[in-house]
Design a protein around this ligand. Structure first.
Ligand code: NI
Length: 197
């Protein structure tokens, strides 16, 4: 395994549509090595996930994992997931303006390709995911809460979309200012809590 260089905001590869992987190709030594390298690179950078375009490979692969993560304290852990060709669907509108508070999850997102910056993004709090695992077996599951946000952020990368495209531009903040001025209570707001009241 090896650490890969992480593409930074402005690299054209971050704006391309990544190509789908055929199941036979998924099993190739090159793609299996890429997956291992993505996992190592994500862990080394304390990321919650990484998408292949972020390591200059324009293919539809993402890895996600949240262990004890200093960048995201107080969030639920996510076991290691490798998703190839992920397709996400939602039962609610994905446009922030049309999304009801109870269906929304708002969090100050960050990205390994946009270091030092956070911005508040409002997304559906529940998504259905279909994908292949690293061995080509089909996966289908529904995620809610923080993990639903992470899989949306990572899948966006495969379509050339970054969180800066979706964030409320008035909420952009550098990390030092985030720590100083963004109240803890507004850093992560799960509309699902409204459902339970
Ligand atoms: Ni990202």
């Amino acid at each position: 395994m090896a650490l890969r260089r992480i593409a930074q905001l402005g690299e054209p590869v971050l704006r391309q549509h990544a190509r789908e992987l055929a199941s036979a190709e998924l099993g190739s030594p090159e793609i299996q090595r890429l997956i291992d390298d993505m996992i190592e690179t994500m862990r080394d950078a304390d990321g919650a996930g990484i998408a292949a375009p972020q390591v200059y490979e324009s293919v539809q692969l993402v890895v996600i994992e949240v262990r004890e993560n200093p960048r995201y304290p107080n969030v639920e852990p996510i076991p290691l997931m490798v998703l190839a060709n992920p397709v996400l669907t939602s039962d609610v509108p994905s446009l922030p303006g049309e999304l009801a508070d109870a269906d929304a999850f708002s969090v100050y997102e960050g990205c390994l390709s946009v270091p030092g910056v956070r911005g508040r993004v409002r997304r559906p709090r529940r998504v259905h995911v279909r994908a292949l695992d690293r061995h080509g077996a089909p996966l289908a599951f529904t995620w809610e809460g923080f993990r639903a946000v992470v899989v949306q952020h990572e899948t966006d990368h495969l379509w050339g979309t970054l969180f800066v495209d979706r964030a409320d531009p008035r909420t952009f903040t550098f990390l030092r200012e985030y720590e100083r001025h963004v109240p803890v209570a507004s850093r992560l707001v799960d509309g699902g809590a409204l459902n339970r009241i």
